[in-house]
Ligand binder design. Structure first.
Ligand code: F6R
Length: 255
């Protein structure tokens, strides 16, 4: 595992975008795993600045709410369209998000998992981490072997995501999420974390017990993980824990 510590959230985006850009340059039809929420947004913004030809790049989103009408501005389908597909000039036909409004969401989840495999798997998977340690919408207790499926959102997750809706009661109760087993099959996991409120859970995920109580501790089981954290989120990472964080100064990041 490599850990980069940068001054702030904007800088996490610069470092993550550099990694993504290198993948796309070496493989113009790369399969990217894209996350939503706030953490990855600086990476999409910074990647747009690389002005790469992204027209052949494929992408799979991590998750989607179940039950939002098509075109709902807070559906992850719409968020990915705005923040990823359009911003980066990708072909919408090559960007997939789970079908949260399918008549049979369980079948849609199975089909999605199969589609990721059929594409040859994910080259680099962007991730954020929830305050309860969730990865994608794998809430505590999710099996490390889990596949893409319908899940019930934890109340804490619904409360955190209420900021995108008029009220917490508007946040859907169910979702389709890639499973932890699905995510662990990606060839490279790229976790972006910013903010003091994530410091405790980041330290637990990276240095704590590997346990399904903390889904993000599954990162410790993967061979190729890059963590890009800002100073605030990295504050509780233990020196001497085996993984030495590399501090990237502001001048090197250029933001
Ligand atoms: C989003 C996702 C979630 C978020 C997590 C952190 O697709 O799968 O796991 O990454 O909830 O959200 P933010 O980045 O908004 O703090």
């Amino acid at each position: 595992m490599e850990i980069f510590v940068v001054p702030d959230a904007a800088a996490t985006g610069v470092v993550a975008a550099g990694i993504l850009a290198a993948v796309v340059r070496s493989k113009p039809d790369a399969v990217l795993g894209v996350a939503t929420g706030g953490s990855p947004l600086p990476a999409y913004q910074a990647l747009a600045g690389h002005r790469l030809d992204m027209s052949g790049v494929r992408a799979f989103a991590l998750d989607e709410y179940v039950g939002l009408p098509a075109g709902h501005p807070q559906s992850y389908g719409e968020v990915v369209r705005r923040e990823v597909t359009e911003r980066l000039g990708m072909d919408p036909a090559l960007v997939r998000v789970p079908a949260g409004n399918a008549a049979d969401p369980g079948q849609a989840a199975e089909d999605y998992d199969a589609a990721i495999r059929a594409a040859g798997g994910v080259d680099v998977q962007l991730l954020g981490i929830g305050h309860n340690g969730h990865l994608a919408f794998n809430e505590p207790g999710s099996a490390f072997s889990s596949r893409t499926r319908v899940e019930v959102l934890a109340e804490r997750t619904r409360a955190a995501n209420a900021r995108y809706f008029t009220s917490e009661s508007d946040v859907p109760r169910r979702c389709i999420t890639q499973g932890l087993g699905t995510i662990l099959e990606a060839r490279h996991l790229l976790l972006m974390v910013a903010g003091t409120d994530k410091a405790g859970i980041l330290a637990r995920a990276l240095h704590g017990e590997v346990s399904e109580d903390c889904p993000a501790s599954a990162l410790q089981l993967h061979q190729h993980v890059t963590v890009v954290a800002d100073e605030a989120a990295a504050a509780l990472l233990a020196p001497g824990s085996g993984q030495v964080p590399v501090r990237v100064p502001r001048e090197a990041v250029g933001v």
